[in-house]
Design a protein. Structure first.
Length: 259
């Protein structure tokens, strides 16, 4: 899905959103390789442990892939290349497909072009949560191992973009959590998670509305988020909040079993 196919015709805006998403997910473990941004955080999020082909380079695609593979072997991580409408060279996805690389994790970037937050009853106590406990909350709800939780906490604590994490508590139990990253007038929603035992009760909607209201009070005018294309329940929640689908991305890997 390219920018403009489902209503987002402002190519300048979607390019800003793609850049803001890269900034918000920046781990300390990253380096530039001939126009490609190579990230190798050991956390769960693939966007923080993949190759982002953001610019044309001097070397061939084969040479860059060879060098990237060596870096990921050294880091003990599988090799993923993130493919977006902005990937360079433009034919990179087709090239990797012809090499037999698997396509995985189709993702939608959804956009709320004009932020119009509304007051909402949270149905519980919303509390701000610092980076490390927030990462552990998210990891617990997702069933992530300790190493991934620690990597997530490190990335949030060292993020170049301001982060605000919150959690909804009901009778002392955390039932949902989420965070936003604010860059200029763009706000990205991340890590929106509801405890399995409390899903389909409206907590995600209330949590997102709260995050958008707080971000708006701090100058946000447009919002974006990234969601698994197969997560129809979450996409329905975001549509009810006014988000529309802007563009898509996916990953390629030479390892058909890589996660």
């Amino acid at each position: 899905m390219s920018p403009g196919e489902l209503g987002i015709t402002d190519t300048h805006l979607v390019a800003r959103i793609e850049e803001a998403g890269l900034n918000a997910s920046a781990p300390p473990q990253q380096r530039l390789l001939d126009g490609w941004l190579v990230r190798f955080s050991p956390g769960k999020a693939k966007r923080a442990r993949c190759v982002n082909a953001i610019a044309d380079g001097r070397f061939s695609v084969d040479e860059r892939l060879h060098r990237c593979a060596a870096m990921y072997r050294e880091a003990g991580l599988p090799l993923f290349v993130r493919i977006t409408p902005f990937s360079r060279p433009a034919e990179l996805d087709g090239r990797l497909e012809s090499m037999g690389w698997a396509r995985i994790d189709d993702t939608r970037v959804m956009v709320l072009p004009v932020l119009n937050p509304r007051a909402t009853d949270t149905g519980g106590d919303i509390q701000t949560v610092a980076a490390e406990p927030f990462a552990h909350l998210v990891g617990e709800m997702r069933g992530s191992p300790l190493a991934q939780r620690l990597a997530h906490a490190q990335r949030l604590a060292m993020s170049p973009i301001p982060f605000v994490g919150v959690a909804i508590k009901v009778d002392g139990t955390t039932v949902a959590c989420g965070q936003f990253a604010l860059e200029s007038d763009l706000v990205g929603l991340y890590d929106i998670v509801t405890a399995p035992s409390h899903r389909r009760r409206g907590y995600a909607t209330r949590l997102c509305a709260h995050l958008l209201a707080v971000a708006s009070a701090h100058g946000a005018r447009c919002a974006y988020l990234q969601v698994d294309a197969q997560n129809t329940a979450a996409r329905s929640v975001y549509r009810r909040l006014g988000f529309i689908e802007g563009y898509s991305y996916h990953y390629r890997s030479p390892d058909l079993t890589a996660q």
